[in-house]
Design a protein around this ligand. Structure first.
Ligand SMILES: NC(=O)c1ccc[n+]([C@@H]2O[C@H](COP(=O)([O-])OP(=O)(O)OC[C@H]3O[C@@H](n4cnc5c(N)ncnc54)[C@H](O)[C@@H]3O)[C@@H](O)[C@H]2O)c1
Length: 330
């Protein structure tokens, strides 16, 4: 099998490429390098530089590399930016997907995996979010992911394409320092950034209805997430016409305050957090039920939060050497 991995030069995509090739699959990366880094693509894996909006280039890549499956990670992913630039997000994430699916179905590629997000759920008022929990995204970014799922499932039903929509929860960590997330959009790099500047980490809201008053999330190591793609790819190959919608999380809630404590422990910093006002649109608790993916694919996360922080910190220090020089606080 040869898998075209769109967004394969990105943070998660680079891990998916390694997991797929490590499992014996062939991979080709398709990426416009808008946020991706060409050096993340391993030797021996072809890189086609192009946008998913360019149907001719996609069609050529599918044909030239005799592609038999697609993992579609390429997208814009910043919630705040999507509020300011909704048209850009709909064009990249929804129109880009439509063009890609048109090329995929015309080329009769049989399997398609789509990167969705826990952002499709919005503010779920449940202890554990199952795939049946109603979707009510709170941002244009989340809307593009939900619209993407509709498009993927409808195309699968109309054409027989095997499809999977993977709803990632909060992704962190790295398989190697050079593969770490370089953006500062998630809690772990946000805490690192503050500690590096010798400033206390910020907690946005400490009056939520949670055990310690701070928001609770479900964190997943990017290596585990990448392995979930391998399991998904295998399941789609084995059963033509399959349709999967799966949460990819650990089913364990970790609060912002706990996360800051664990980062301090791991990095040797010891700055207590400061409390800032709530951010609009932050749900109190979003934790996955990971039962369906365990039943359907036999997949279960192996890494804990400490593994995520430790590996993310190694990547952070590589890019910010000054971060590691602070006198350890404990
Ligand atoms: N990082 C997270 O916590 C998280 C959580 C849920 C879902 N996701 C989804 O996972 C996917 C990957 O996210 P990431 O964190 O690796 O982001 P990233 O920005 O590191 O990777 C995205 C990649 O896609 C490429 N790309 C963007 N638009 C493109 C286009 N139109 N054509 C071709 N290539 C394009 C970029 O150059 C980049 O290499 C995205 O679909 C994102 O929405 C991420």
């Amino acid at each position: 099998m040869t898998w075209l991995i769109t967004g394969g030069a990105g943070y998660i995509g680079a891990h998916v490429v390694r997991a797929m090739t490590g499992a014996g699959e062939r991979a080709v990366v398709y990426d416009d390098l808008s946020t991706g880094i060409a050096e993340r693509v391993p030797d021996g894996v072809p890189l086609v530089v192009g946008s998913t909006l360019d149907g001719e280039r996609v069609t050529r890549a599918l044909r030239d590399h005799e592609v038999t499956g697609v993992v579609h990670l390429a997208a814009k992913k910043q919630v705040g930016e999507s509020v300011d630039r909704p048209l850009h997000y709909y064009r990249e994430n929804v129109e880009g997907l439509r063009v890609l699916l048109a090329a995929v179905t015309a080329a009769r590629v049989p399997s398609f995996v789509f990167s969705s997000s826990a952002a499709v759920y919005g503010m779920p008022d449940v202890h554990l979010v199952t795939e049946e929990t109603p979707c009510a995204p709170m941002s244009p970014y989340g809307e593009t992911k939900l619209a993407g799922e509709w498009l993927v499932r409808a195309t699968g039903r109309a054409t027989g394409l095997s499809t999977a929509c993977l709803r990632y929860f909060n992704v962190a960590g790295a398989a190697a320092p050079e593969l770490a997330d370089v953006g500062v959009f998630n809690i772990v790099p946000m805490i690192f950034e503050r500690l590096t500047a010798h400033e206390p980490p910020r907690v946005f809201g400490a009056d939520y209805p949670t055990p310690d008053g701070t928001c609770v999330r479900d964190y997943i190591h990017v290596t585990d997430l990448a392995e979930a793609h391998v399991a998904t790819a295998r399941a789609l190959m084995a059963t033509p016409g399959r349709e999967l919608t799966l949460n990819v999380g650990r089913g364990e809630g970790v609060s912002v305050r706990e996360m800051i404590d664990r980062v301090n422990e791991t990095t040797g910093h010891a700055l207590p957090p400061v409390i800032a006002p709530r951010r609009p649109g932050d749900p109190a608790r979003v934790v996955a039920s990971a039962d369906r993916i365990a039943t359907e694919l036999g997949w279960k996360a192996k890494h804990d939060v400490q593994d995520m922080i430790r590996s993310a910190w190694e990547g952070w220090v590589r890019l910010h050497p000054e971060a590691g020089t602070t006198t350890p606080g404990r």
